[in-house]
Design a binder for this molecule. Structure first.
Ligand SMILES: *Cc1c(COP(=O)(O)O)cnc(C)c1O
Length: 400
């Protein structure tokens, strides 16, 4: 890594080495270029930076703490620390980039935020940001997901968003993406499309990373203050990869820090049973960008599964794809079962109920701790588990 890392990646066309870019129809390409140009100017302006800082502090409740897990560390022999993104307003890291995207919309004079959502977490975070800024919010969601994720649908509506049901095809995330892009193209004058992770066409992987960098900047400083040293390892779960990029970005130059991105192994190694893109995928194109991709024989995105619905995406951010090839980040997997065990361990030993997504990172930290006694591990606890309680108890029961 070089000191110029953030100037080098992405390049002006949105590439991280061979990954990323914008493989989209010409009309959309024009719109993305407009957003990229505006972002470069606005994000450097004093007013934008000052307003975003104030929002982080007074509305989101940042900085979120770094916490040393006493009981967990004692039991597993390592030194385990959590960056508490579960304490960020609305209960996860997603608000970090949604507030940034909505603030950009405001500076661009847009009236409406448009997005798709799968499990509903991105929809809820964006609806929160829209309420704060007094913007309209239109969330496209497959009818299958609307049934499955009822509480999040209700949340979005309470927050004032319109939920547009998508009834074609498999009626899930992929169709919701198409529908949201369609709606955006019909009204790109007044609206802006807000992507929910470090994925999609340029400039989104870059913008979302930049808005999430606050997590890493805070965590590195807090960790140094607490311990006088850098962590031996930093661990984060990877769906699209936004919470992981956020925390990793501050440690890329610290070669002594081992970085671990954790993907879901789900039920098994069979295609359709997991979403372990880095382990089982190969380079391909999805949603307008190039990345590691889980593919069927025809090269189309493969079906994916995880107990954590925020992690079941067949692609992954282009920057992660590059960091894998550069071997700067290690990517590994955690199964549903290991995730559920970690969910209960953290709850019982520390009084912190993690999101099932975040529990993948916790599970990996427990393995690392047992293998490397006394070494320090910083985990990005991307969200809280309230949304998962009914699901876990219904499917796995309470522990003995
Ligand atoms: C959405 C979500 C994730 C996965 O998204 P990334 O972009 O990979 O960070 C992880 N944790 C929580 C709590 C989420 O809501």
């Amino acid at each position: 890594m070089t000191a110029n890392y953030f100037k080098t990646y992405p390049d002006k066309d949105g590439f991280y080495k061979e990954y990323g870019g914008a493989f989209i129809p010409p009309v959309l390409e024009k719109e993305m270029k407009k957003i990229a140009d505006a972002y470069f100017t606005i994000s450097k302006s004093h007013n934008f930076i000052t307003e975003l800082r104030s929002i982080r502090k007074h509305y989101q409740g940042r900085p979120t703490p770094v916490y040393y897990c006493n009981r967990l560390s004692e039991k597993y022999q390592g030194r385990i620390y959590l960056k508490r993104e579960d304490l960020n307003h609305s209960g996860a890291h997603k608000l970090n980039h949604c507030m940034g995207e909505a603030l950009l919309a405001k500076y661009l004079g847009k009236k409406k935020l448009i997005a798709e959502t799968g499990a509903g977490q991105h929809g809820v975070a964006l609806a929160t940001a829209a309420a704060y800024f007094g913007l309209e919010c239109e969330i496209h969601m497959g009818e299958v997901d609307i049934k499955k994720e009822h509480p999040n649908v209700v949340r979005m509506k309470i927050l004032g968003a319109t939920v547009v049901p998508v009834s074609h095809g498999l009626k899930t995330l992929k169709e919701a993406v198409d529908s949201a892009f369609q709606a955006y193209l019909q009204d790109s004058e007044n609206s802006i499309y807000c992507i929910g992770s470090v994925v999609g066409p340029h400039p989104f992987p870059m913008m979302v990373r930049d808005f999430q960098r606050v997590v890493g900047i805070e965590a590195r400083e807090q960790f140094l203050d607490m311990t006088g040293e850098l962590p031996d390892s930093v661990v984060a779960c990877v769906g699209g990869g936004s919470n992981a990029m956020g925390i990793f970005s501050a440690f890329l130059d610290d070669e002594e820090c081992n970085l671990y991105g954790i993907e879901p192994l789900g039920r098994s190694q069979k295609i359709g049973d997991h979403a372990a893109t880095m382990t089982y995928g190969k380079p391909g194109t999805i949603h307008g960008f190039k990345c590691y991709l889980l593919q069927d024989e025809k090269g189309d995105p493969a079906p994916v599964y995880s107990v954590a619905s925020g992690l079941d995406y067949p692609g992954v951010g282009p920057e992660h794809s590059m960091l894998r090839d550069l071997k700067r980040v290690n990517y590994d997997v955690i199964s549903d079962e290991e995730c559920i065990d970690a969910f209960y361990e953290l709850s019982r030993l520390e009084g912190i109920i993690p999101a099932l997504e975040s529990a993948h990172a916790v599970a990996y930290a427990l393995k690392l701790a047992q293998k490397n006694p006394q070494k320090s591990i910083l985990v990005n606890l991307s969200g809280r588990g309230d949304k998962d309680l009914d699901f876990v108890v219904d499917n796995y029961g309470l522990p003995k």
